[in-house]
Design a protein around this ligand. Structure first.
Ligand code: AMP
Ligand code: MN
Ligand code: MN
Ligand code: MN
Length: 287
């Protein structure tokens, strides 16, 4: 199923591989007409993506995916429609980036102890101008021939509980929702089924998210089975949230993930874009 709206994507301003303008171009070729760039804890790619989208007649939503520590679990909150020059948001991003760089050094040390010499330097090089993410360590492990692919890198070394995992204290849920709202954006809980939370705990997270100013949750993410879409639609309903959708695209190498190729948006959910000005002309009549 393809969607003309994709509100979750990454460029090489964080852990995606394509420069922002190339990402927008690829999305356009896949019939996406409204897109958000949502890089991890950075707004660096937004200006370039906005220019490219305007050039192609697409609707561009400036976004971000912020890391949150919630009860010692890493949770991702997407901000849609943010003002990328907002001082409060920028100060928050600065804090997060500092934590990322500190964590990267520690991940590097841990991988080094495991016998992978040059891990930090390698990840740092692959990140280029961006802050180092675990994905960069993963790509370096692949490049150096230590693992066959990125999934294996996470599974063996980078996941929680593995040798290269370092717990980081990201900002609190309330704080991050505050940054997004303060920058005029809508806070959306990203991929709710991808956290190590049982359903009771997930529902507590959703309660807290909605009570502290969260507006929406992703009900459709790349590569998702129909029963999961149904469960997410139900949760969205129960918690009085609006629905969002996005591929979480990172790289053309992940051939199973393509911009805009996501399951159909469930009819029972209220789309978060419903009241965005002039949005209708960019969407499929079905959306
Ligand atoms: P970080 O924010 O630096 O902790 O890195 C998190 C990122 O790692 C996510 O946004 C994903 O892009 C990537 N990631 C997490 N788990 C996996 C996995 N199993 N396979 C591939 N990429 C993953
Ligand atoms: Mn990522
Ligand atoms: Mn995420
Ligand atoms: Mn993402």
């Amino acid at each position: 199923m393809t969607s003309s709206i994709d509100l979750h994507m990454h460029s090489n301003a964080s852990d995606g591989v394509l420069p922002p303008a190339e990402l927008v171009d690829l999305a356009h070729r896949h019939q996406v007409r409204c897109l958000a760039l949502t890089d991890h804890d950075t707004v660096e790619g937004l200006a370039e993506a906005a220019r490219a989208a305007e050039h192609l007649g697409m609707r561009f939503i400036p976004g971000i995916e912020l890391s949150v520590s919630w009860e010692r679990v890493d949770v991702h909150v997407v901000g849609l429609g943010i003002d990328r020059t907002n001082p409060g948001l920028l100060a928050g991003i600065e804090q997060q980036e500092q934590k990322r760089e500190e964590r990267a050094l520690r991940i590097g040390e841990r991988l080094e102890r495991k016998g992978f010499s040059g891990a930090w330097e390698g990840a740092r090089r692959l990140a280029g101008e961006a802050t180092v993410t675990r994905t960069h360590f993963g790509r370096w492990l692949v490049e150096a021939g230590h693992v066959p692919n990125l999934q294996a890198a996470f599974k063996r070394y980078l996941r929680r509980g593995k040798a290269g995992y370092v717990q980081s204290e990201w900002a609190a849920l309330e704080t991050v929702i505050g940054w997004i709202a303060g920058a005029g954006g809508q806070a959306v809980l990203a991929h709710p089924l991808r956290y190590p939370l049982n359903q009771r705990k997930l529902r507590r997270l959703l309660d807290e998210f909605a009570a502290t100013g969260g507006i929406g949750m992703e009900v459709v993410s790349g590569h998702q089975t129909p029963d999961r879409t149904e469960l997410l639609a139900q949760l969205c309903d129960w918690h009085g949230l609006q629905g969002s959708c996005g591929s979480d695209f990172h790289s053309p190498e992940q051939t199973w993930l393509v911009p805009g190729r996501i399951p159909a948006f469930p009819r029972r959910c209220r789309p978060i874009w419903k009241e965005w000005p002039d949005i209708a002309s960019y969407l499929d009549p079905a959306a």
